[in-house]
Design a protein around this ligand. Structure first.
Ligand code: SAT
Ligand code: MN
Length: 618
């Protein structure tokens, strides 16, 4: 990939200081081209050493971006508050710049790649002036994987370097491997700038960013250009941009799946192990489910990942999943000793970055929902906060960024580059009505239909209105790097080519159904283990279900309610398939499918017709 335009590159700043470099000619050339365009004062290759972490975090503390937390509360950890306009992914500023518009499909923003490059080159011109340009060699997944999935992120943000080091395997080991492989090393070039150049003598702000934001993927070139934001999903380019948008395109071409899924390991009282992958839209409890503490005796959950699963068929015909990430970037509010004790334990070990939460007077962090509400704190907006304050102490999309290896229930298999064989896939959304607690699909195509029509109320993880029901196919709406119609076809094709008995069983869940008074009918969190248990028993052929127009739903007796303080009438409500509610859902599905025109796989149209017939809809 070249950043060069047809015009000759501007002369590089002759005073640019350089620390590090590479013997890989292609990589060095790209870095030089970016430097010539963006004119940083310094170029530094990220090594991943502890000394580097200390130097960069010290620099961030000095700049006011970071506040060092009390070492006794959260060792080697930092608090950051962003600019209030830079708090979430910006879906309206995110583009899939495929050569043909139709390859971006109806769900992505598109611009001609050349047009986008011209526009962005103008923005990148001189954009790193007064700053250091960091070059971060990273690998998503394991360095010793059969085909290591390399990336190199260039960024002018120390916050990004520090966060990337938590979220991905970064540094000199990765660079050496890229150099050894030479021209054979495929890496995704990922360019990021805050878009906030500094004039000589100009005082920096705590959270530099730009009002102009672009998050751009070039799928054919496997390249990423990001501009103007320092927020996680917009700036840590190994995460959504690479591991979902670009990787989904690779997966389409190579016959695998890059999905927005957690991976967990479940062990039954009989010591049988099962691996489950589950897709939920951002901020719907994926991290909590990934680290679930089962309430049913004898069952154990271990975690492998909370956000992204790459799944490939193994030689035995089963679907194997790996988590390409190295950390958790979890939603902070609502996380506590009850909802996610293991996340609390993970962050207590330190080495973490907390963004847009509240800072307590004793140098710790706090957010809505955490125990031990402080009498006073500083809110994410830098204001005095007390329990009487009207404003929230923490932004609803505030995040903790913490190393996965600190998780007390991390499964050993996390470190196996082969991954784990998946027995069940869960799709879930946030729906106040209509969607029952759990539904089992009849087969892979029906499961694909469930995923393709998945819907959820919007959350604070992306800018825009919260609480609006939208279709979020496979919880991938903002992350599919190509035409979503083709993506559905890819799912169907993978099932067609596989041995049906070895495919994971697909389930659709909804933890968020409410009663007439607006109260959640299902308690959620650790109790969700009861739903996992039912799903596993279905796979084993041991649990009862009723056939309904939408799929197999448990009989109330089939859910283990031992020790669950729940009115049976409430459970019945959670499981109820309301034909009228589903009839009302049909026009929304029709409208959704209409977007895809001829690109909608026939099999999904057939599934919809079948559903309509079973519901008695003409
Ligand atoms: O903001 S991120 O994309 O990093 C997290 C999320 O929205 O799932
Ligand atoms: Mn996510």
């Amino acid at each position: 990939m070249t950043i060069e335009s047809t015009e000759p590159a501007k002369a590089e700043n002759p005073n640019t200081e350089r620390v590090g470099g590479t013997t890989h000619a292609g990589l060095q050339q790209w870095v030089d081209e970016v430097a010539a365009l963006t004119t940083p004062d310094r170029i530094e290759w990220v090594t991943g050493s502890d000394a580097e972490w200390t130097r960069l975090t010290d620099k961030l503390v000095e700049a006011g971006t970071f506040v060092r937390l009390n070492d006794e509360k959260k060792p080697n950890s930092f608090y950051a508050a962003s600019d209030p306009t830079d708090v979430a992914r910006v879906e309206d500023r995110t583009f899939i710049c495929s050569v043909d518009e139709k390859d971006a499909g109806p769900t992505n923003n598109w611009m001609d790649p050349n047009e986008m490059k011209t526009l962005m080159r103008d923005l990148y011109q001189g954009c790193m002036k007064g700053r250091t340009m960091y070059v971060i060699p990273f690998v998503m997944g394991h360095l010793n994987a059969e085909n290591p999935m390399f990336g190199v992120e260039i960024t002018d943000s120390e916050y990004v370097v520090v966060s990337m080091r938590v979220m991905a395997r970064c540094g000199v080991n990765v660079l050496r491997r890229i150099e050894e492989l030479g021209e054979a090393a495929n890496y995704v070039p990922a360019l990021h700038s805050l878009g906030a150049p500094l004039e000589p003598g100009q005082q920096d702000v705590k959270w530099p960013c730009s009002d102009t934001k672009y998050i751009v993927q070039f799928p054919e070139e496997r390249a990423i250009w990001s501009y103007g934001s320092g927020y996680g999903g917009n700036a840590l380019l190994g995460k959504k941009c690479y591991s979902l948008r670009i990787a989904s395109v690779m997966a389409r071409d190579e016959g695998w799946l890059a999905e927005h899924m957690l991976i967990l390991k479940l062990t039954s009282p009989e010591q049988q192990t099962y691996y489950v992958a589950a897709a939920f839209p951002s901020a719907c409890g994926k991290t909590n489910l990934a680290m679930l503490k089962p309430t049913i005796p004898g069952w154990k959950v271990e975690t492998l990942g909370d956000d992204i699963a790459w799944m490939r068929f193994g030689e035995d015909g089963r679907l194997y999943a790996v988590n390409p990430e190295f950390g958790f970037f979890g939603v902070a509010p609502g996380t506590n000793e009850k909802t996610n004790p293991y996340a609390m334990e993970t962050i207590a070990k330190g080495n973490s970055v907390f963004t847009n939460v509240a800072l307590t007077d004793d140098g710790d962090i706090w957010w809505e929902g955490m125990e031990n509400t402080p009498a006073h704190a500083t809110s994410w907006k830098g204001q005095d906060w007390t329990p009487d304050s009207e404003e929230l102490s923490s932004h609803p999309n505030s995040r903790y960024c913490t190393p996965i290896e600190q998780c007390p229930i991390l499964a050993d298999e996390y470190n196996d580059p082969k991954g784990v064989p998946i027995s069940a896939i869960f799709f879930g959304g946030r729906r106040a009505s209509t969607v029952p607690l759990v539904t089992e699909s009849r087969d892979w195509v029906h499961g694909t239909f469930m995923g393709a029509t998945l819907s959820s109320e919007t959350t604070a993880a992306a800018t825009g209105q919260v609480g609006v029901v939208r279709r979020d196919p496979m919880a991938m709406l903002p992350f599919i790097g190509y035409n979503a119609g083709d993506y559905f076809q890819h799912w169907i094709n993978l099932g067609k080519d596989a041995d049906a008995h070895k495919l994971p069983k697909i389930f659709y869940v909804n933890w968020f159904r409410r009663d007439a008074d607006g109260k959640f009918v299902w308690p959620g969190f650790g109790e969700n283990s009861r739903v996992l248990k039912w799903a596993i028993e279905r796979i084993e052929g041991k649990a009862a279900a009723v056939e309904t127009p939408i799929g197999h739903v448990p009989t109330p007796e089939a859910i283990d309610t031992d020790g669950l303080d729940m009115d049976p009438a409430e459970l019945a409500k959670a499981l109820h398939v309301d034909v009228d509610e589903w009839k009302a859902e049909i026009p929304h599905i029709e409208e959704w499918f209409a977007k895809f025109g001829d690109n909608l796989p026939t099999q999904l149209r057939v599934e919809l017709d079948g559903l309509k017939a079973r519901l008695g809809v003409q």
